[in-house]
Ligand binder design. Sequence first.
Ligand code: 1GP
Length: 240
Amino acid sequence: MDNRQQDKPFAAWRHVFKLDPERLLDDDSLDAICMSGSDAILVGGTTGVTYDNTVDLMARIRRYEVPCALEVSTVEAAVPGFDYYFIPLVLNTGAAEWVTGRQAEAIAQYDAFIPWEMTAAEGYVVLNPNAAVARLTEARTSLDATEAAAYAKLADRLMRLPVVYAEYSGRFGDMELVRGMRLAMTEGRLFYGGGIDGPEKAVLAARAADTVVVGNIIYSDLGAALATVQAVKEAGPGII
Ligand code: 1GP
């Protein structure tokens, strides 16, 4: 492992499964995901995430030892009891409410309840125009490689965000562009997510980014999803 952010629990995460509280996953499938050897489970979604469905999913994941983190995309679904919390900031939007607006409102209201020592920001760079998150946040997704790398550097070097997230949710991305984002960073960790449908794409993503996030395929082809874990482990340390 490199020596960036050794104190952060996510510093060594290479593979992460992202589970959506709004989507159903039976107990056997959840068992397979939690016992897969993945480094962590990230709970989050763009729409339909509520306090109740987040508590339900957390309680089920909590039966396992795998670290479990929440991406807090709406303050109503900020559930206590996770191992770690990520607060997304969408960097490539013109709508300030998604960069700092909602976050500042939430802090103003709930500061005393926020476990700051286990909370970190994620700088999202949203790159698939058809993803729900792109539409919701009016993200400017048509970035070329230079522009995407500039966002990564801005997040890493100016804003000092511990995580930058190249988000192609629903579609496999341009790995050269993603790799360029990673090379622009010196401190933080680059998460990649989007369209990983099996081990081959997982390996490509693992060679371009620090952390590979696998979502949708869990719900349509569990076997393919599970195969990504070993593939990422065998891909080695990436470009570090
Ligand atoms: C979604 O980046 C994650 O936020 C994973 O994307 O669902 O396309 O795997 P997929």
